[in-house]
Write a protein of this length. Structure first.
Length: 567
């Protein structure tokens, strides 16, 4: 029904006026100045309140002629939401959510002194993060009912706190035993009449819910396992319909794992498991599930390697688990600096029967060398179309003609990795944030020491030596060099530090005739600009430029200008 209301603002207002005129008596007096000055949001809230009160009185009435009026009031209450939306369109939600903010919310949940403190913190933070009208924690109390035990709600909306609400109002009956299907999104116009009636009590037009799980402990195996649903983390939008993005649902799934930790019964269970951290226990279980599945993939497909990688917020990747034959080396950290695939460019699958016959460029072949592969199938691991990682099976011993059935097998297996990867997200995100912070602090300390050594250097030669040697170590590069322009804007290398195995540019490249820099007298660099290239073979350089860079043995580079007293 609501979909039919998406017409122009004037048409919506005309329809609303017609319904309201039929449902309510004419006003006895004109609006006062204070009434005119009320905001559209306040007017909407008062209108909704008045309509709810009127409908409640009608529901308790035995007048058989009141049913048409009830229908008009319900329709008017829906239209009221569009009046404000038409005049004050809401800001569109962000396509992506700042990983740092999610990490901060997760940290506050972990630091809470009690489950209720964690809930109170979480609902307020998530409401702000998602710009939602209501966020609540819903605890199951029976086979079909539950209670709202924590809530952050926009002023003027009907609170749910301490209310008993049927589970069906949140789509709870749609949760299945398949833990990869953990998010339920509902829009009011798509719900059943009973669900809609429940949602209307709280002015809900769109809702998304993710489960909070209670974990069971097995004394026989001294381990935790995922158990029953304890409750739900619920987000409501009340002023308009809203389509929840993949980033938003992924964020809620991640934070629901933090809330899962908050609701666990602790003392006896944690003592039985020697006070093992519950989050680590959940992740151990996920790791075991992934390892067993990878072993099964490798043996079923008779391959040399099967592995799954997960992506970090900057789209670097980490090997999470792998199964590999005894004749082959483990992948280890060989893919940690691979930024080639992200949520915008991944393909439904990658199938290569022989990399030697595929015509790959040198860069890709070099990145594949540590895996010793000759043929492979790689498929994405997704959650709500959000890329979580990649699942791959590899043949190292020779080329292989992969079959359609084998590709389908891998696509089916990829679905089973979605939830285990989500279970390890919290730890991986914390490790990623810690690593980045340590790297930043290390760079700042190194830069401070470098600046101090440069200030105390006795002569120009020492300055160049310190800058190149210490700078290369700080940046972790293969080469750092200082290049000086001559009067005609040709140039030469006057100082460098290179890792073992690379040529000495000062000895092998005497004069550089860069016609572009000569013609433009320094190009962008004379204006203080810097320039960085990730790969000289993909950036679009002209052939002569690539050939010059090949003389320097450069594959990627950064350039920054140095200014002297005269230029």
């Amino acid at each position: 029904m609501l979909k039919n209301l998406f017409s122009s603002a004037d048409e919506r207002q005309d329809k609303a006026a017609e319904l309201l005129n039929a449902a309510t008596p004419a006003p006895e007096k004109l609006m006062s100045n204070s009434d005119r000055n009320m905001t559209s949001t306040t007017a909407k809230q008062q209108l909704l309140s008045l309509l709810q009160d009127t409908q409640a009185k009608l529901e308790s009435s035995n007048n058989p002629n009141s049913e048409p009026l009830r229908q008009n009031l319900r329709r008017a209450r829906e239209l009221a939401g569009f009046l404000t939306t038409a005049s004050n369109p809401p800001a569109a939600p962000a396509a992506n959510i700042d990983a740092d903010k999610i990490h901060q919310i997760a940290t506050r949940i972990r630091q809470a002194t009690s489950p209720m403190a964690a809930f109170t913190s979480a609902v307020a933070d998530i409401k702000t993060l998602l710009n939602a009208d209501r966020v609540l924690i819903y605890q199951l109390t029976g086979a079909s009912m539950g209670r709202s035990i924590a809530e952050a709600v926009q002023a003027g909306l009907t609170p749910t706190l301490n209310s008993e609400i049927p589970q069906i109002g949140f789509g709870f009956e749609q949760f299945t035993d398949d833990r990869s299907q953990r998010t339920i999104s509902l829009i009011n116009s798509e719900t059943s009449p009973y669900q809609k009636q429940i949602l209307e009590q709280y002015q809900v037009q769109a809702t998304v819910a993710v489960p909070i799980l209670i974990n069971g402990y097995s004394a026989a195996t001294d381990s935790y396992s995922l158990g029953r649903v304890w409750g739900l983390l619920v987000v409501h939008q009340c002023d308009r319909p809203r389509t929840w993005t993949e980033a938003e649902t992924a964020c809620l799934s991640q934070l629901s794992l933090e809330l899962t930790l908050a609701v666990q019964p602790n003392q006896p269970l944690l003592q039985l498991s020697q006070r093992r951290d519950l989050l680590a226990a959940i992740e151990v279980e996920a790791q075991e599930v992934m390892q067993a599945t990878l072993d099964n993939i490798r043996h079923t497909l008779q391959a040399d390697r099967a592995m799954v990688v997960a992506y970090n917020p900057d789209w670097s990747s980490n090997v999470i688990a792998e199964s590999v034959g005894v004749n082959w080396a483990k992948a280890g950290t060989s893919l940690d600096l691979d930024y080639s695939i992200n949520n915008e460019n991944y393909k439904p699958y990658y199938v290569v029967n022989d990399i030697q016959a595929k015509g790959f460029d040198r860069c890709l072949l070099e990145s594949l060398e540590p895996l010793q592969m000759r043929a492979y199938i790689v498929v994405p691991v997704l959650k709500n179309n959000q890329l979580l990682g990649m699942l791959g099976v590899y043949q190292n011993s020779g080329a292989r003609n992969w079959q359609e059935s084998e590709l389908q097998t891998m696509l089916d297996y990829a679905k089973t990795f979605s939830f285990p990867l989500q279970q390890t997200t919290s730890r991986r995100l914390a490790q990623f944030q810690t690593k980045k912070m340590e790297e930043r602090l290390q760079r700042e300390r190194g830069l401070s020491k470098l600046q101090e050594r440069l200030r105390t250097a006795k002569d120009e030669k020492t300055v160049f030596q310190v800058a190149t040697q210490d700078g290369r170590k700080l940046l972790e590069t293969d080469r750092l060099a200082i290049y000086q322009f001559d009067a005609d804007w040709s140039g030469r290398f006057i100082a460098e530090s290179a890792a073992p195995g690379w040529v000495d540019l000062i000895e092998t490249v005497h004069i550089v005739q860069d016609t572009f820099l000569q013609r433009t007298q320094g190009g962008r660099y004379k204006d203080g600009e810097c320039f960085a290239v990730d790969d000289i073979y993909t950036v679009g350089h002209q052939t002569c430029h690539v050939q010059l860079l090949e003389q320097f043995e450069a594959r990627s580079y950064m350039l920054a200008p140095i200014f002297g007293a005269d230029r």
